[in-house]
Design a protein around this ligand. Structure first.
Ligand code: AMP
Length: 543
């Protein structure tokens, strides 16, 4: 028997309709590439996203066509989020940190017809322009007066001139099936070509519902939200959608991701909630600590994308009174899978016991099912000790990659994440590694994340990466590569001694290599493949 309830489809346009109707004056603040701070609100984003939809109609861009962006976090990017997806086209967020060759390949693979880009990315457009035959229109996200002249490119169109003719014009969002594609994002792809996750309206709206839950991001109309995580990577963890659903204020950092710019924006705009990868927060804390400044409004911050070092969770909580929510997810999961929030029974634990839980990546949110399996493919117990390959399933988990010629990545309906984890009896996962980064020593596995976390807790260490080096007897042994804090010194022996009592002797790194910098990938994660290449001539000390 069918239920007798209204069957409205879950469309992204419903989010912006809601935000306009109920939270029209909630602010949208953006630091622009022009350097100034721009002030907008949900009502303006609503009106201008409809102008975007009509501008695309005027160009006769069909439903399902990919519209790409090369843009920072800002109000124009937000307008494209709603204008493109709301009008049944597919928003394709390009990662400007990739090499031009990779970007051109991705544009061709996605068959993007329009590219909307920020002025700062003109050099990328110049490099890729001749290699993107699918692109019919290049739009610069700026005012008419800021359009660059004599670029060597065919005449460019400014975003403001493009949408201006539709100001005040009536427009109704089209209605269509909620399983229609809404946006796409290519994985960073450390090996081989990048692969695209193609999100749907349904997956995006359900993910937004889920992230608003109190035990997830707990987003409300009282929040002022700073997504430092880029809108070009997994839709800024879905925050542009969840914020509309909650009617929250949004604060966009634009290109200003250094500690000073982020701190000043947070203070000026009363930011209560922020989200980003550990490297960004490291820059922020490095800026604040020597000045002795504190946060006056920040209450909680989501840290994910790579393992959050315990020292960082500690610094946020103890030195600044800010709650850290450690989260895990991936492009293929829209991205959220787990968030670390305590349960009622944990409230009576000591601070130290609670901290042990907070260091984990957290527990599944409703909608995400998790399991770990061993080499044989059999499920492993959720005892917090057994670790194996982590599999996921759920309505915002990928079913297949876009234009994938290699068949479905699913195994019995589950997506293999490529992460290795434990799951404890309370459902909290702890990621020990990417499966390709696990160090196998004498038949036992060593977690590179654990080795890195301990090094990062040393006051002289700014960044640490642990990799396995081939060893004639043990297969592999861990080596920790370290970047020191400015004006700090540390010897190999001192750091090795720091591991004593924290992990078993056989898990302790065999060597420490000091470097000036650790290569980071396009999403701010340590690039261990490149690090391994850099250490090619290196050999382990004789033991
Ligand atoms: P991406 O698809 O580029 O966002 O990368 C997803 C991958 O980042 C995951 O599969 C994990 O390997 C890693 N990752 C994300 N969040 C965390 C976390 N909190 N701790 C450890 N690794 C993480």
């Amino acid at each position: 028997m069918r239920g007798l309830m209204q069957g409205d489809h879950l469309l992204i346009s419903s989010l912006i309709e809601f935000a306009n109707k109920n939270h029209g004056d909630s602010e949208i603040i953006s630091r622009r590439v022009e350097g100034d701070i721009h002030r907008s609100n949900w009502a303006s984003v609503y009106a201008r996203s409809k102008q975007v939809a009509q501008a695309l109609d005027a160009w006769k861009i069909g439903a399902g066509t990919r519209i790409a962006t090369l843009a920072w976090n800002g109000y124009r990017h937000l307008e494209l989020y709603y204008g493109v997806s709301g009008s049944e086209r597919v928003l394709h967020t390009l990662n400007p940190r990739l090499l031009p060759d990779q970007i051109a390949w991705i544009v061709g693979h996605a068959h993007d017809e329009v590219v909307c880009f920020e002025l700062t990315f003109l050099p990328i457009v110049k490099a890729i322009h001749a290699h993107c035959p699918s692109v019919k229109h290049w739009v610069v996200l700026c005012d008419e007066s800021a359009l660059p002249k004599e670029t060597g490119l065919p005449p460019l169109l400014s975003y403001e001139a493009w949408i201006k003719p539709f100001e005040g014009q009536h427009y109704t969002w089209p209605l269509f099936d909620e399983n229609t594609a809404s946006s796409m994002c290519y994985t960073s792809g450390t090996t081989g070509h990048p692969k695209a996750a193609l999100y749907s309206h349904r997956s995006t709206v359900l993910h937004a519902f889920a992230t608003c839950q109190v035990d997830v991001f707990g987003i409300s109309a009282r929040d002022s939200i700073l997504p430092v995580v880029p809108m070009f990577h997994v839709n800024a963890w879905g925050l542009p959608y969840a914020s509309a659903m909650a009617g929250a204020k949004l604060v966009f950092p634009g290109p200003g991701l250094d500690g000073k710019s982020v701190y000043e924006l947070m203070e000026h705009e009363g930011v209560t909630f922020a989200a980003g990868v550990p490297t960004v927060w490291q820059m922020l804390l490095n800026y604040m600590a020597p000045l002795g400044v504190k946060f006056s409004s920040l209450q909680r911050t989501i840290i994910g994308g790579s393992a959050c070092p315990p020292a960082m969770i500690h610094a946020f909580q103890e030195d600044y009174g800010v709650e850290v929510l450690h989260a895990w997810g991936m492009t293929e999961m829209s991205p959220l899978g787990t968030v670390c929030t305590l349960k009622n029974k944990h409230l009576k634990l000591s601070k130290d016991e609670q901290m042990k839980i907070r260091l984990k990546q957290g527990r599944a949110l409703y909608g995400v099912d998790l399991k770990i399996v061993g080499d044989s493919g059999d499920p492993l117990p959720h005892d917090g000790a057994a670790f194996g390959d982590l599999y996921v399933k759920g309505p915002w988990v990928i079913e297949n990659y876009y234009k994938n010629e290699q068949g479905s990545p699913l195994v019995d309906g589950w997506f293999p994440t490529g992460d290795v984890a434990t799951i404890d009896p309370d459902g909290f996962i702890q990621i020990t590694d990417r499966s390709k980064d696990v160090i196998k020593s004498g038949g036992e596995w060593i977690s590179s994340i654990e080795i890195e976390n301990i090094a990062m807790a040393h006051p002289s260490v700014m960044m640490a990466a642990c990799i396995g080096m081939a060893h004639p007897k043990w297969d592999e042994r861990p080596v920790v590569v370290v970047v020191l804090r400015p004006e700090k010194t540390l010897t190999k022996d001192e750091l090795i001694a720091f591991y004593e009592g924290k992990i078993a002797k056989w898990q302790t790194p065999d060597d420490v290599v000091f470097v000036d910098a650790i290569p980071l990938g396009a999403t701010g994660k340590m690039l261990k493949t490149r690090l391994r290449e850099q250490l090619k001539g290196y050999s382990l000390p004789k033991s």
